[in-house]
Design a protein around this ligand. Structure first.
Ligand SMILES: Cc1ncc(COP(=O)(O)O)c(C=O)c1O
Length: 339
């Protein structure tokens, strides 16, 4: 079986992280929810260097960024941490990573699936964007991002962009919602979520970041302190080292680029169509049929993919194939598709 159904990294975690983690192994005291000054400085530098984003003073009294225990818990808990009013509605992408909905349901909120700002903002308390997107690898262009930012600000609704694949643009360069070309001079009403899981091959470390409007970061931080949602000290040290180093991110990116080229050529050669997929770690594939028929056909070849219907009704005619498999497994998948 070639399992391309789950997006979990398989390559070794780079030495820059493992050594920093081991070097910080003596950790008798509690870590802080705020993150060490070294980590916050490294994260602010990374945001500026890699994404062109300037956060307000990361060491200032009002935090503009905090570490998270991977980004999934933050995605799932954000509506709760922000205390969004019960019965209000969270906007999520039409085809989306399921945890946005999980977090809304957990907080007693309704969900609206849409890719365009709704004409009626009544009852909406939060907007999730995801660019590059999971499962389809779609990147929101500047106009679309600006439209959401303007809509959120006009209606006083926070707009949160999950950008955990932002360093993995292939055909386009993904832009952060916090970039000045999108957000303007300040980050009012905006948050961005980043993750080291994929870019640093460190999903096992549980290392994420939340940044943006200090008026939104502060309450999230305050509640996280009391919940004990703390990134372990050695992981904070590894995160700081990873954020200071671009070389390992580039090396991993090239591995994924090669796998993407091999798999995409084989998928197209087998007569399937790839939609979106201009960034991120997945191919969004269709044979213009119900996704379960495609899943069954792939299973016959010994390939496991994820049915698009897992990500919302609009995904029902696609399957998602992950690039997070070894070179050997990707080559095996390509060979089976070509046979
Ligand atoms: C869109 C999206 N957001 C968040 C996550 C969570 O990543 P992590 O918790 O490893 O940072 C994932 C994981 O695959 C994802 O696809």
């Amino acid at each position: 079986m070639v399992d391309l159904s789950i997006g979990t990294p398989v390559d070794d975690t780079p030495a820059v992280l493992t050594e920093a983690l081991a070097g910080a192994g003596n950790a008798p005291g509690y870590p802080t929810a705020l993150g060490t000054a070294t980590l916050r400085t490294a994260a602010a530098d990374w945001l500026r260097r890699r994404l062109g984003v300037r956060v307000a003073d990361p060491l200032g009294a009002d935090p503009s960024l905090i570490p998270t225990v991977g980004s999934k818990e933050l995605v799932a808990l954000l509506p709760t941490l922000l205390g969004l009013p019960r019965g209000s509605t969270v906007v999520v992408p039409e085809v989306a990573y399921p945890t946005y909905e999980v977090g809304a349901v957990l907080a007693g909120l309704a969900v609206l699936r849409t890719d365009a700002p709704p004409p009626d903002a009544a009852g909406i308390s939060l907007v999730w964007l995801n660019s590059p997107g999971n499962p389809h690898g779609r990147v929101l262009d500047d106009d679309r991002l600006r439209a959401w930012v303007a809509w959120g600000r006009a209606h006083g609704v926070p707009v949160v962009a999950d950008e955990c694949y932002v360093t993995l643009g292939w055909d386009v360069e993904p832009r952060s919602v916090l970039h000045p070309a999108i957000a303007g001079e300040d980050h009012t009403g905006l948050l961005a979520v980043h993750s080291l899981s994929k870019q640093s091959t460190a999903a096992g470390y549980r290392a994420g970041l939340l940044s943006g409007d200090p008026a939104l970061v502060r309450p999230v931080w305050q509640v996280r302190r009391h919940l004990g949602l703390l990134v372990p000290g050695p992981v904070q040290a590894a995160m700081a080292a990873a954020l200071d180093d671009d070389a390992h991110v580039e090396a991993q990116r090239e591995r994924y680029r090669a796998r993407r080229e091999t798999l995409a050529a084989a998928v197209r050669g087998a007569g399937l169509r790839i939609d979106h997929s201009e960034a991120g770690l997945y191919l969004w594939v269709t044979r213009d049929e119900d996704c379960w028929t495609t899943i069954e056909w792939l299973a016959g070849l010994g390939i496991v993919a994820a049915p698009g219907s897992f990500y919302g009704p609009a995904g029902a005619r696609h399957v998602r194939m992950a690039l997070t498999a070894t070179d050997e497994r990707i080559a095996a998948a390509a060979e089976r598709l070509s046979a």
